[in-house]
Design a protein around this ligand. Structure first.
Ligand code: SF4
Length: 207
C-alpha cells in the first residue's frame, strides 16, 4: 500500500498530467493537481486553476492565493508539506482567459480525481471555496449561492470508500479580491466570513 504522498503523485503524474477527459486539457500548460500535506486534517477545495497556476502547476499561488494564505495565517493554519492543509481544485486544468466557470460536464469529467484525492488524504473536514466547489460537492445546482451554502452544515459522503466528512462552505478568495477596490466594505465583510468559516473548520479538525 503506497503512502498518501506517493499515491497522490502517481495519480498526478500518470493520470491527470495526460488526461483528455474534457476540453480543458487544451488550455493546460501544467496540470494543477494539489499542494500541501498528503495526510492533512483539512482539505480546501477551490474552483479551478488560474493563469499563474497553469504556468507553475501549483494551486492558489496568484493574487487570490495570497489573500487565502493571509486568512489562513490569521487562524493559525499554514500551508506546508507537514502542515494541517491540503489544497486542490474542482477541476485540474485552467478554464482559459477570463477564468470562466468550469462547465457541469467538465466538473463531472474531473470529479474522479477530486474523489480520489479525498479518499487518499481522508481529512477530518473539507472547506469549499466559492460557489462551484461548494455546489458540486454538496450536490446542488451550480448557481446555488455561497450565502445559502455557508449557512448550513453539510457532510461529504463517499459510498465507495465509506468516507463521511463534515463540509464547510465559504467564499472564494477571488470574491474578496474582486471587491477590494470597488466595494471595500463588502470585501472586508467577506474576509471576516471566510475567517470565521476557517475557524469553524479548524475547530472541527482540532476539537
Ligand atoms: Fe482531465 Fe480534469 Fe483536466 Fe478535464 S480538467 S482534462 S477531466 S484533468
Amino acid at each position: 500500500m503506497p503512502d498518501s504522498g506517493s499515491h497522490l503523485e502517481y495519480l498526478r503524474a500518470s493520470r491527470a498530467e495526460t488526461c483528455r477527459r474534457c476540453a480543458l486539457h487544451r488550455n493546460r500548460n501544467k496540470v494543477v493537481f494539489g499542494d500541501g500535506n498528503p495526510d492533512a486534517d483539512i482539505v480546501l477545495v477551490g474552483e479551478a486553476p488560474g493563469r499563474e497556476e497553469n504556468t507553475e502547476g501549483i494551486p492558489f499561488i496568484g493574487k487570490a492565493g495570497k489573500v487565502l494564505d493571509g486568512l489562513l495565517r490569521r487562524v493559525g493554519l499554514i500551508r506546508a508539506l507537514d502542515g494541517p492543509i491540503y489544497i486542490c481544485n474542482t477541476v485540474k486544468c485552467w478554464p482559459g482567459h477570463g477564468n470562466p466557470d468550469p462547465l457541469r460536464e467538465q466538473i463531472v469529467a474531473c470529479s474522479p480525481f477530486l474523489r480520489m484525492q479525498l479518499r487518499i488524504v481522508r481529512p477530518k473536514v473539507i472547506v469549499t471555496l466559492g460557489r462551484v466547489a461548494g455546489a458540486s460537492l454538496t450536490g446542488h445546482a451550480l448557481d446555488e449561492s455561497v450565502g445559502y451554502l455557508r449557512n448550513h452544515d453539510w457532510m461529504f459522503e463517499d459510498p465507495v470508500s465509506g468516507l463521511s466528512v463534515p463540509l464547510v462552505a465559504t467564499y472564494h478568495p477571488s470574491y474578496i479580491l474582486r471587491n477590494l477596490t470597488d466595494d471595500p466594505k463588502t470585501a472586508k465583510e467577506a474576509a471576516l466570513k471566510v475567517q470565521a468559516d476557517l475557524e469553524r473548520a479548524s475547530r472541527i479538525a482540532f476539537p
